[in-house]
Design a binder for this molecule. Structure first.
Ligand SMILES: *Cc1c(COP(=O)(O)O)cnc(C)c1O
Length: 301
């Protein structure tokens, strides 16, 4: 998607680190799960609570949005457009972030408008975002028409792709790893594995780069949430591209090898946001053993 000023983008990218717009409460807690650790003994299980990032229900997109919004403000955009599924966490957090930053928010959402919106769709509307339904089930959204229309009306819109997974958005998780490694040191924990859900690629790319930059020793275990639709690049390709782009942004002379971070597949067979016994069992376990409510689409997988 073309944007108004390429030079402004380059400038904003170079200075993206200082153009961080505060949205969340960080560090998010890192704490042991004692009852689950007992069950999985001798393993010790910890959780990093990015659900507690604090913006309108919290979640991992807030970390990306701090940099994406920073970039938008630095470049003088007045409107953000993003896209996602009807229950998109990213859309909800973007709507809330825009309000704090004084930007207008347009969401391109898959499918038909439901009679009674619920969940994240309800919340995005409550937060004041203007919602455009695609009518179809296609994940690849085409924002050009909306961008053109908004420009004609005198607005200056920036399109953020699904999940906020751009080079700038990826910075959020490079910084998350810095925060995480500091907590590990403070709590004297040396984890063997870090599991996380991976879907649009920004979280994984940021974790890979962050591990490289901040010397995290643990092995990264990204769990695939959905297979990409036909014709779209694989998640591995997307992560590869994001790692390269974000390395460029940070002017790193050495790009980490992403082959060391293999995607865990097999949990994504049912398809995006289809909740199976696996997810319900995990949600119940986390809720009943630890009092933690897991996201059904991502974390429960
Ligand atoms: C979006 C999301 C993820 C995946 O992050 P990506 O950067 O899109 O791979 C994981 N967990 C939750 C709760 C999310 O909303």
């Amino acid at each position: 998607v073309t944007v108004k000023s390429v030079a402004c983008h380059i400038f904003a990218q170079k200075t993206a680190m200082i153009k961080r717009f505060p949205l969340g409460f960080f560090p998010t807690p890192l704490h042991p799960l004692n009852k689950l650790s007992e069950q999985f003994s001798p393993h010790r299980v910890y959780i990093k609570r990015d659900d507690m990032s604090g913006l309108a229900g919290g979640g991992n997109k807030t970390r990306k949005l701090e940099f994406l919004i920073g970039e938008a403000l630095a470049c003088g955009y007045d409107t953000l457009i993003t896209a996602g599924a009807q229950q998109s966490n990213h859309c909800r957090q973007t709507a809330a972030a825009c309000n704090k930053a004084g930007l207008k928010c347009h969401l391109i959402v898959r499918g038909e408008a439901p009679e009674k919106p619920d969940g994240n769709l309800f919340l995005s509307r409550l937060l004041g975002a203007e919602i455009h339904f695609t009518g179809g089930e296609i994940m690849a959204h085409h924002p050009e028409e909306l961008i053109g229309k908004l420009r004609q009306q005198g607005h200056n819109p920036l399109f953020i792709p699904i999940g906020g997974s751009t080079d700038v958005g990826t910075l959020g998780y490079v910084f998350a790893v810095e925060e995480f490694t500091l907590q590990l040191k403070q709590q004297n924990i040396e984890p063997d594995f870090v599991f996380f859900a991976s879907c649009s690629g920004g979280t994984q790319a940021g974790m890979v780069l962050g591990k490289h930059i901040h010397g995290l020793q643990a092995k990264l275990m990204p769990v695939s949430i959905a297979k990409p639709e036909a014709g779209l690049p694989s998640l591995e390709e997307t992560v590869h591209e994001l790692v390269n782009a974000c390395s460029n942004l940070l002017q790193l002379n050495q790009v980490p090898d992403i082959d060391q971070c293999r995607l865990i597949e097999g949990y994504d067979e049912a398809g995006y946001a289809v909740i199976t016994k696996n997810e319900t069992n995990t949600i119940k376990k986390a809720a009943r053993e630890e009092g933690i409510l897991l996201d059904p689409v991502y974390t429960a997988r």
